[in-house]
Design a protein around this ligand. Structure first.
Ligand SMILES: [Zn+2]
Length: 166
């Protein structure tokens, strides 16, 4: 499944086009690397518009439920990611300059003739990813030693002596 998702931003914006679809997480290698295997699909929607200054604008929204590992109990959890952004293409723009009026949800990038939607969707999801995911309510793993499994984990010698007894 490698459908072409390259658009011509100038035409896309001028014609006020809209594109929506779904992508498998596996089709986004950088995202796939950051989440647990078996994460579901990503849905995206992108629409073109012309900004008040006459620049090419793209409005992107993404949504996905991805598998992450809880930072507290180390069990898996499903994290819902939802994010949206406006991308403005400006001829000769410096991607790394931060214009004063640039907000968190607006990006200014240099104008390009062709743009791969997949890259945009992947970037946006990576930005939406929490730094440390955790369940709303859960406890840290029990390392008090009462649980035989965690005791074995703490002391390889304890585990060894248990094996010898058997
Ligand atoms: Zn947890």
């Amino acid at each position: 499944m490698s459908e072409q998702l390259v658009i011509e931003p100038a035409r896309f914006a001028r014609e006020g086009r809209k594109l929506a679809g779904r992508l498998a997480v596996d089709a986004l290698p950088r995202l796939a690397e950051a989440v647990q295997p078996g994460s579901g699909e990503v849905s995206y929607e992108i629409s073109g518009f012309i900004t008040s200054k006459g620049h090419i604008g793209l409005r992107l929204s993404v949504s996905a439920a991805v598998g992450l590992v809880c930072n507290r109990c180390l069990e898996g959890l499903t994290q819902q990611l939802d994010s949206s952004r406006e991308i403005v293409l400006v001829p000769g723009a410096d991607e790394f300059a931060q214009p004063e009026d640039e907000s968190d949800t607006e990006d200014i990038i240099p104008e390009v003739a062709r743009l791969d939607i997949r890259e945009l969707v992947e970037d946006e999801l990576l930005l939406a990813m929490p730094l440390a995911a955790h369940h709303d309510e859960c406890a840290a793993p029990d390392v008090s030693g009462e649980d035989p499994l965690s005791a074995a984990r703490l002391s390889p010698f304890a585990a060894l002596s248990r094996l010898k007894k058997d």
